[in-house]
Design a protein around this ligand. Structure first.
Ligand SMILES: [Zn+2]
Length: 475
């Protein structure tokens, strides 16, 4: 039979100058810990009962521009969880867990860029095989780059078609922090895969079936780049791409976005005055190929006629679709596109941004409130998503904090010409569904020397909680 002996011994240790039994020290320590815990719980309870913050986030003292609600004044914006909770004058700072001083800045609904490119398009994925050397690279850029401009919703402009949409959704849309919606390309293979000129790739029925599968994401149809130089033939008739895109638009009751190249057999006037339906969108409106400005310098009257029919005009700046020679005289004569947008893709993202496009219009003399309207409520309406682009209470807390800077600035167009300006718009903070996803200058952060003790600790393990100055959701 085995017997276990437990030896009980008193260990002695120093407590100050006196030798005391170790057990006594442990007792004192345990008692102290218990008292601290009770006190902590009491504090927590007391805090919760007495002053639980009413809001998670408060943007205080900013100039709110929310055209959907006719707001253009200094106001405070409060957020609770992922929703806008209040837009009022003088909300007390004590009512919020985190307070951001937005004085001197503009607080607007999160911006909407309805012409953006994400994902591969129709480009093949076998980059490392020998035949891949002949392929064109992916067209799209990372969606979350848009956050740097205060954009909280972007719309992919037809990078994917019916056959490539699922891939784009799984690769990019499902992982993006920014909200991503899409126009579906009428070409089943999408853009950049070499099949945009094949009319048998443009199947309105397949397009409509795909759109009906993803009603939460797909907001319209896109056609682009079709037969811009070759002679017409039996397959390539002038309006093939336009007509098929409209057919899909009719089957789904959604708008079509047109990227278009006029030719004698298919004129711009016919596109905007005959083919396009009310609510359809002509993107790239200030591209070089459109007769926006007549030889005498006057705005072409077809622009006003088209607008009267309900046709929408979008900037879609891009790498080859924005010329000051069209934009400046048009804006001077009162023609400002209904929506601002970038057409960002791998060919232009180092220069372009939503803020850059908006700044150009500010520099051309369009008032800030109007530029914000054309970057929020207008695009929201164009894509039939009126719940977006507004700071209405109860809607998703998508917010841009913008700064209007003054000084000498240069702006460039796609014809490598420059326009000098003295105003520039820069995003300072972007909130998407209540999370602060972009804050490069730390508007929402504490100065490091005043950070809480946890910030100054050195984590012991790789999976330790990061030593951060606050716990506000930021990713
Ligand atoms: Zn585009």
């Amino acid at each position: 039979m085995m017997t276990t002996f437990i030896e009980v011994r008193t260990l002695w240790t120093f407590h100050g100058d006196t030798m005391v039994p170790l057990q006594k020290i442990e007792w004192i320590f345990t008692l102290w810990k218990l008292l601290a815990e009770v006190a902590g719980i009491a504090l927590l309870l007391g805090g919760a009962l007495a002053q639980a913050p009413r809001y998670d986030l408060l943007l205080k003292g900013g100039h709110v521009i929310d055209p959907a609600n006719h707001l253009d004044a200094v106001m405070d914006v409060a957020v609770l969880k992922d929703k806008i909770a209040a837009v009022e004058k003088d909300i007390p700072a004590s009512q919020a867990g985190k307070v951001v001083n937005a004085s001197g800045l503009y607080v607007t609904p999160g911006l909407i860029d309805i012409h953006f490119h994400i994902g591969h398009g129709g480009a093949p994925l076998n980059w490392f095989t020998p035949e891949a050397r002949a392929h064109i690279g992916p067209l799209g850029i990372p969606a979350d780059l848009a956050l740097q401009s205060g954009v909280t919703t972007l719309v992919d402009a037809g990078t994917a078609g019916a056959e490539t949409f699922l891939q784009e959704k799984e690769e990019v849309i499902d992982h993006a922090k920014v909200r991503v919606l899409a126009f579906l390309n009428i070409v089943a293979n999408g853009m950049n895969g070499g099949l945009e000129q094949s009319v048998d790739q443009m199947d309105p029925k397949l397009c409509a079936e795909t759109i009906k599968k993803y009603p939460d994401i797909i907001v319209g149809v896109k056609t682009a780049h079709f037969w811009t130089e070759e002679p017409w033939d039996a397959e390539h008739v002038p309006w093939a791409a336009v007509d098929r895109a409209i057919e899909c638009g009719n089957m789904t009751n959604l708008p079509v976005m047109f990227d278009f190249w006029p030719r004698p057999e298919r004129t711009y006037a016919d596109l905007i005055l005959k083919k396009m339906r009310p609510g359809d969108i002509h993107t790239h409106v200030f591209a070089q190929q459109f007769p926006i400005i007549l030889p005498d310098g006057k705005l072409n009257p077809i622009m006003a006629e088209a607008r009267a029919r309900g046709v929408i005009f979008d900037v879609g700046h891009g790498a080859g679709s924005f010329w000051f020679r069209n934009a400046v005289p048009a804006v001077k004569q009162g023609f400002v596109p209904d929506s601002m947008s970038t057409d960002l893709h791998t060919g232009n993202y180092t220069v372009l941004s939503m803020n850059n496009v908006m700044s150009k219009f500010l520099a051309m003399g369009v008032p800030l409130e109007d530029v914000i309207r054309r970057s929020t409520v207008n695009p929201a309406k164009e894509i039939h998503r009126p719940e977006l682009g507004t700071l209405s209470v109860g809607k998703d807390a998508d917010i841009a904090v913008l700064e209007e800077q003054h000084g000498p600035f240069g702006y460039i167009d796609c014809g490598v010409a420059r326009m000098d300006g003295n105003v520039k718009l820069v995003a300072r903070m972007t909130v998407r569904a209540g999370k602060i996803l972009y804050d490069p200058s730390g508007l929402s952060m504490v100065e490091w020397e005043k950070a809480r003790p946890q910030y100054f600790t050195t984590p012991r393990l790789g999976n330790s909680k990061p030593a951060r100055a606050d716990d506000f959701p930021r990713e």
